[in-house]
Design a protein around this ligand. Structure first.
Ligand SMILES: [Zn+2]
Length: 264
């Protein structure tokens, strides 16, 4: 009966395939299970990354549910070859990803690549639409541009805007288009006033939890890299800001993540 009472966490964005976890991945997953972080979504960032993700899933020996998506991340723009988009269509068709991502626009990167980033995102959104999969978006300084693209392409499946850092108005527009907003390490810093206000004001039905591990070190971790083991503390901090019980936040955010990823 105890299990019915205790809610489990979902890390909606964790790069568990990255080399930072090569020496302790199994240990981390075992710890996750103990901490009730029972589900993790691993985004795909490049062709080489897709292979790493599949290897991690194959070698996984714990009961943590690992889900994954495939995509071509703007960070790795120069690594994506001319056949990368065809490769994406193939890998989507031959495996069972729950999303297309991580894809997006990062206008904090080199301006020379903006056009190429835009084209790449547009094409991947079309691929996601045809595959009828939600998308996991990485956006920096380009929220309005992405909103415009989503409206033009009329994506039906929605998705997640990970590590959301836009305005409340932009958040509302994404929500209207069926998106959930991911909150993680950044919101744990007391100086993140704007973000903390947003995490407090948005309807609970539209929020998902994430670590973006190994990146986005939360305030309570002094050194090393971020880990999905930090999700319970991130949940506690957001619940504190919202002045609600952590269990209520945990239950709803896990439900939100499963809903947007169509996990039964
Ligand atoms: Zn990421």
């Amino acid at each position: 009966m105890l299990n019915n009472k205790v809610d489990t966490y979902f890390d909606s964005h964790c790069h568990l395939d990255f080399k930072e976890f090569d020496h302790n991945r199994s240990q981390i997953l075992a710890n996750c299970l103990r901490l009730r972080v029972n589900s993790i979504f691993i985004p795909g960032v490049s062709e080489a990354g897709w292979q790493r993700q599949l290897a991690v899933i194959e070698k996984q020996i714990t009961d943590v549910s690992l889900y994954y998506g495939f995509g071509l991340h703007p960070y790795f723009l120069n690594e994506h070859g001319s056949k990368a988009l065809v490769g994406l269509e193939t890998v989507l068709a031959t495996h069972q990803p729950i999303a297309v991502g991580e894809i997006g626009l990062d206008f904090m990167l080199d301006e020379a690549g903006f056009d190429k980033q835009y084209q790449l995102l547009q094409k991947q959104l079309v691929i996601a639409k045809i595959a009828q999969l939600p998308v996991v978006l990485h956006i920096r300084k380009a929220y309005d541009q992405v909103l415009k693209l989503l409206r033009q392409l009329k994506l039906k499946e929605g998705g997640i805007v990970h590590a959301f850092a836009g305005s409340e108005q932009q958040a509302e527009r994404f929500i209207e288009l069926g998106f959930k907003l991911g909150f993680g390490g950044a919101v744990t810093y007391t100086r993140a006033n704007k973000l903390r206000k947003l995490a407090t004001r948005l309807p609970l039905e539209n929020i998902v939890l994430e670590t973006d591990a190994p990146d986005m070190l939360p305030s309570f971790v002094r050194a090393g890299c971020n880990s999905p083991e930090n999700i319970p503390k991130i949940a506690e901090i957001i619940a504190g800001l919202r002045e609600i019980e952590t269990d209520i936040l945990t239950k709803q955010t896990t439900l939100n993540t499963k809903q947007v990823f169509n996990i039964k």
